[in-house]
Structures are given as structure tokens and as C-alpha cells.
Design a protein around this ligand. Structure first.
Ligand code: XUL
Ligand code: CO
Length: 436
């Protein structure tokens, strides 16, 4: 049974199309830099916003009209949602989806009941994956909504909460594996603090590391070979989230011998909350070999909160794709729309408009980035800018074979530096605009 009889599969019609429900830029089989758009972008739809978002905000309840959803936390209702979800995924030609355990299956009155509910829904997810060919990009656990997680999960001051979270992740790893999930994400929902007056930060970080080591061990034990990803975010819900940005995550992973087991899932709105651009986060993770996947969305710089809007800004998507191409692609990751329609966009069809727009913005960003790379002028400027380092002295320093004493005698003899050259920022911004 179809929930959207009036919407047929979204197809590529090209930039001149006036059809609101067609792709103007996302042409899945079009080859760019030797790879199809579909394989570059690996689009994914999130269950939590698309199937569970209500449009509620701190000032009022949900507005979303979802005729298929009776609003109950029943297994039957959850099963109904699965059907509708896969119709949406298929019609949007999204090859992947992502979920939290509690988005797809209702939490029961006991952990045992919750596990059973999750198993029942997983069966249906497996059937629908089989039938439609849509695959699971990643699974994750909701370790932040239930009041038991008020002090965090793996960083809670209450050891029982740590154990409960471990049991939930264990189960979710099993389900993610059974559904062929290609990654598993840890977003530190409430892993952080509101006040250092009541917080033993060192102890909490030690616990978090221990938790991740157990997850690595359990994945090995059950043969889950998906990629583990940490999703940085600096604040919200806590004042300070431990996984605050790419650099903080990588330092934590390195300090606790976890680096070989994790990459990062970078989210645009989280980057900007951290006071970075997404480009910065992608480049930082990329040069550390830790670029795993992206949560594609955008914030609103005037609101300054995690508004999770659909990405439509071509500068942002082109910049993202420039960095993703530079660092060799997303591997087993994807472009995952961790984005929600606005409270005012309450009709089901808005879910389609939103994703079509996001997919087109990323497809166009990919094309722009590839054209900039093919042109080569921007890269050339960067190469020239550092060319002094290609000489004998620069090479010696870069190889780690120079000393302060040697550099002092070099400079004493030379007397003054070779003249600096312009950074050409405006020229580079103009070149970028040539391709927009
Ligand atoms: C929260 C967020 C999460 C993660 C998954 O800001 O981005 O939805 O992506 O837990
Ligand atoms: Co996210």
C-alpha cells in the first residue's frame, strides 16, 4: 500500500526542469572524477527527523501532519512507520538510511522488552531492505532521551547507567550487524557537563574510553566489521560536550589508544556551533586520516543553535565536496541528511521537497568542486604559496633534519628574509565564484 500515491519516484530531469519534485542536478549515474554521483554522495535519510520529527519546539507542541502515525509508542505503529519510511527512501532514490534504536522501536517497560521490540522491528527493517535494496548507513543508540541518562551515559556518575548504556549499545551493535550496517556512530548525547563544580572530568573521560574499548572488543567478538564513528558536537544538550570538535575527538582517541578503531562523522551545524567552518572540520579530520562520514545539514548563524536545517547553500556544499574530494572520498560513509523540515512545513510532501533540495545542493556542490579541481588554478596558488619550502632548507626542515642553531646561522648570514608574497584571498574567492 502506498502512502503517497500522488508522488512517483523522483527522477533526474536536468537544470531546465520546472518540476519541483525532480532532480535538477542529482543524476545518480553521471560520472565525475571517475566515479558515479551515487557513489560519491552515498545519500542517506535519517529516521529520527524524517519519521519521528513532530515539529515541536520549546514554545509549542508538534505541528507535523503524519496520517500514517497514530502517535502511539506501540510496535504496530512502529511497523507502520517502517513501511512508510521505505516508501520515502525508495521514492527519493536514497541508497541509505540511518537510525537510533529508539527511533525505530519503542522502548519497553524493561530492557528485556526493549530488546524484544527492537528485534521485532529489525525483522521488518531487514525485509524492507531486502525488498527495496535500500541499505543501512549506520545504526546508533539513543543514550540521551530517557531521564535515566540525565547525567550522561558512559560518563554518568551512576555506574548502573553506564551498565545500561553498555547493554543498549551491545544490542544495537548486534542489530546493526544483522542489517548489514556499514558504520556505527557514537554521538555523545549527554557525555559532557553543566558544571565542573560537580564533575570529575578525568574520571568521566576514563569511563568513556573504557566504554569505547568494550565496544571495539564486542564488535570484534561478533564479527561486526563496520566503521566506528564519533560525531563531534561542542554543546547542546550539555554546556560542554566532551567530543567538542574534530581535534578534541582525535586527541581523546589518541590519548586512550582508540585511534585505529575510529573515524569521525562530521556535521555542519555542529562545526559551526564549535566556531569552525565545516571545511575546517573536514580538512582537519581528512589530513589525520579520520574522515568517515558527514551529517549534512546547516544551522542558522542568526539563531546560533542546532537547528538542523536542510542544506541548500551552494557555497557550503561546494566547500564540503572540495574537501571530501581532496581527502579521497567518504569511504564507507555517506552524505547523511541529519536535517528536519521547519515547524511551519508540516505537510508530508515537505519531506520530499526538503530531501530533493538537499540532494540537488550536494550534487551541484560536487560538480562545482570537481570543476574547480579540474581548473587547477586554486590548487596552483596554494602550491606556489608554499614553494619556498620546496627548496633545500625547507626540505631539510620538513624531513626533521634541521636544528635551531643551524637556522640561526642561516639567518645571521642571510640577514633578512626573502620578500613575502600576497595571499591572494580575494582572487581565490573570485575563482571560486567563477564556478558557482
Ligand atoms: C544530535 C545529532 C544526532 C546524531 C546521532 O545533534 O546530530 O542526531 O547524529 O545521534
Ligand atoms: Co548528527
Amino acid at each position: 500500500m502506498t502512502q503517497f500515491p500522488e508522488i512517483s519516484r523522483i527522477e533526474y530531469e536536468g537544470p531546465d526542469s520546472k518540476n519541483d519534485l525532480a532532480f535538477k542536478w542529482y543524476n545518480p549515474d553521471e560520472v565525475i572524477e571517475g566515479k558515479s554521483m551515487k557513489d560519491h554522495l552515498r545519500f542517506s535519510i535519517v529516521y529520527w527527523h524524517t519519521m519521528r520529527g513532530t515539529g515541536g519546539d520549546p514554545f509549542g507542541p508538534g505541528t507535523a501532519v503524519r496520517p500514517w502515525d497514530d502517535g502511539s509508542e506501540s510496535v504496530d505503529n512502529a511497523l507502520k512507520r517502517v513501511e512508510v519510511a521505505f516508501e520515502i527512501f525508495e521514492k527519493l532514490q536514497a541508497p541509505y538510511y540511518a537510525f537510533h534504536d529508539r527511533d525505530v522501536a519503542p522502548e519497553g517497560s524493561s530492557l528485556k522488552q526493549s530488546h524484544a521490540n527492537f528485534d521485532r522491528i529489525a525483522e521488518s527493517l531487514a525485509e524492507h531492505q531486502q525488498k527495496t535494496g535500500v541499505k543501512l548507513l549506520w545504526g546508533t543508540c539513543n543514550l540521551f532521551s530517557n531521564p535515566r541518562f540525565m547525567h550522561g551515559a558512559a560518563t554518568s556518575c551512576n555506574v548502573d547507567v553506564f551498565a545500561f548504556a553498555a547493554a543498549q549499545v551491545k544490542k544495537c551493535l548486534e542489530v546493526t550487524k544483522s542489517l548489514g550496517g556499514e558504520n556505527y556512530v557514537f554521538w555523545g548525547g549527554r557525555e559532557g557537563y553543566q558544571s565542573l563544580y560537580n564533575t570529575d572530568m578525568k574520571r568521566e573521560l576514563d569511563h568513556l574510553a573504557g566504554f569505547f574499548h568494550m565496544a571495539v572488543d564486542y564488535a570484534k567478538e561478533i564479527g561486526f566489521d563496520g566503521q566506528f564513528l564519533i560525531e563531534p558536537k561542542p554543546k547542546e544538550p550539555t554546556k560542554h560536550q566532551y567530543d567538542s570538535d574534530a581535534a578534541a575527538c582525535l586527541n581523546f582517541l589518541r590519548a586512550y589508544d582508540l585511534l585505529p578503531h575510529f573515524k569521525l562523522n562530521l556535521e555542519t551545524n555542529h562545526a559551526t556551533l564549535a566556531g569552525h567552518t565545516m571545511m575546517h572540520e573536514l580538512d582537519y579530520a581528512g589530513h589525520q586520516g579520520a574522515l568517515g562520514s558527514i551529517d549534512a545539514n546547516t544551522g542558522d548563524l542568526l539563531l546560533g543553535w542546532d537547528t538542523d536545517q536542510f542544506p541548500t547553500n551552494l557555497y557550503d556544499t561546494a566547500q564540503c565536496m572540495l574537501m571530501i574530494l581532496k581527502h579521497g572520498g567518504l569511504g564507507s560513509g555517506g552524505v547523511n541528511f541529519d536535517a528536519k523540515v521547519r515547524r511551519e512545513s508540516f505537510e508530508p510532501i515537505d519531506l520530499f521537497h526538503a530531501h530533493v533540495g538537499g540532494m540537488d545542493a550536494f550534487a551541484r556542490g560536487l560538480k562545482i568542486a570537481a570543476a574547480i579541481r579540474a581548473d587547477g588554478r586554486m590548487e596552483e596558488v596554494v602550491k606556489t604559496r608554499y614553494s619556498s619550502w620546496d627548496g633545500e632548507l625547507g626540505q631539510k626542515i620538513e624531513a626533521g633534519n634541521a636544528s635551531f642553531a643551524e637556522l640561526e646561522s642561516y639567518m645571521l648570514e642571510k640577514g633578512e628574509i626573502a620578500p613575502n608574497a600576497s595571499g591572494r584571498q580575494e582572487m581565490l574567492e573570485n575563482i571560486f565564484n567563477d564556478y558557482l
